[in-house]
Ligand binder design. Structure first.
Ligand SMILES: CC/C=C\C=C\CC(=O)SCCNC(=O)CCNC(=O)[C@H](O)C(C)(C)COP(=O)(O)OP(=O)(O)OC[C@H]1O[C@@H](n2cnc3c(N)ncnc32)[C@H](O)[C@@H]1OP(=O)(O)O
Length: 276
């Protein structure tokens, strides 16, 4: 497994299909550095391509999930932009830079395997961009969230404004993003930002493991199909979404997994599926 400066990948439990991708810069509260933005898509692509991986759990090392963008990185972006003499060219360069950062967050959606965010402590700014791109979100009671960008005089640009409305509704997304206010794990649960809340990190670890192992035991074809179709349907009309899944299943429905699922059901045993 490749080594990273800002991330750590651990298979847990051993020999399971569950791999933990940890934001691993606890001294800086897992603030998102330039290295992170280069490494994160590589790590997700390697998990996507690894046939042993069925589910990815994304969490943060140390006291917090993520303190958002590394504020020193933000400084260097604005310095390099200001150094250009032509405003148009500087702007075009900055646009490419923002697209590079966005692409790192979107790599969560590009990963065919489901990504479960396990959030404790702070989840701020860029942290919210990341978790809103995840497929499932759980948090602890001590978690807190903030769509903080507005307080740094930034229009959030790494995905929260695009993804959050579909998760919590347009009105809540607008209020959270305009105020930048801090909200608790239990409010996040009420809003539907997280689907489950746990009393402690240890309880969340146990709960996430159960859910992740459950998903990992299912047909990998059906699981990756479910993620792909739900994500695609988010951005399509009902008719287009139905058309998309009909085409998807015309290619993927008839499989060894279908035969195995039906055999296991009739033989009253658990199904065993091959890797994807
Ligand atoms: C093109 C633009 C693209 C993206 C833009 C994204 C915008 C955002 O992400 S906005 C959000 C920015 N983040 C913040 O405002 C959070 C700042 N941090 C905090 O509020 C707190 O650190 C905390 C997360 C609540 C944790 O508090 P605590 O546990 O008390 O730790 P601290 O003592 O505050 O910090 C320890 C250590 O970490 C450094 N650090 C924390 N956050 C960041 C950060 N975002 N960037 C860089 N460094 C950070 C902090 O400076 C401390 O460092 P020392 O060297 O130990 O002093």
């Amino acid at each position: 497994m490749e080594k990273f400066k800002t991330l750590e990948i651990v298979q847990k439990p051993p020999n399971s299909g569950v791999f933990h991708l940890n934001l691993n810069r606890p001294s800086h509260r897992n603030a998102l550095s330039r290295d992170f933005f280069s490494e994160f898509p590589k790590a997700l692509a390697s998990l996507d391509q690894n046939p042993d991986v069925n589910v990815v759990v994304l969490s943060g090392a140390g006291a917090h999930f993520c303190a958002g963008i590394d504020l020193t990185t933000l400084g260097s972006i604005s310095d390099s932009t200001l150094s250009g003499s032509d405003r148009g060219r500087s702007g075009e360069k900055l646009r490419r830079d923002i697209k590079f950062l966005q692409d790192a967050v979107t790599s969560i959606e590009r990963c065919r395997k489901p990504v479960i965010a396990a959030i404790h402590g702070a989840c701020i700014g860029g942290g919210v961009d990341i978790v809103t791109a995840c497929d499932v979100r759980f948090c602890t009671e001590d978690a807190f969230f903030s769509v903080k960008e507005v307080d740094l005089a930034i229009t959030a640009d790494l995905g929260s404004l695009q993804r959050l409305p579909a998760i919590v509704g347009y009105g809540h997304a607008m209020e959270l993003a305009l105020t930048g206010r801090r909200f608790s794990g239990s409010e996040a649960k009420d809003l539907g930002l997280v689907s489950r809340i746990f009393g402690s990190k240890e309880e969340m670890d146990r709960g996430v493991t159960l859910v992740a192992e459950g998903i990992a035991s299912k047909s990998p074809l059906a699981v990756t199909g479910t993620k792909a179709v739900l994500l695609r349907s988010r951005d399509l009309s009902l008719d287009q979404g139905l058309d998309y899944v009909a085409t998807w299943n015309s290619a993927m429905l008839v499989s060894d997994d279908l035969t195995e699922a039906i055999s296991a059901y009739t033989q009253k045993r658990n199904p065993v599926f091959s890797k994807l």
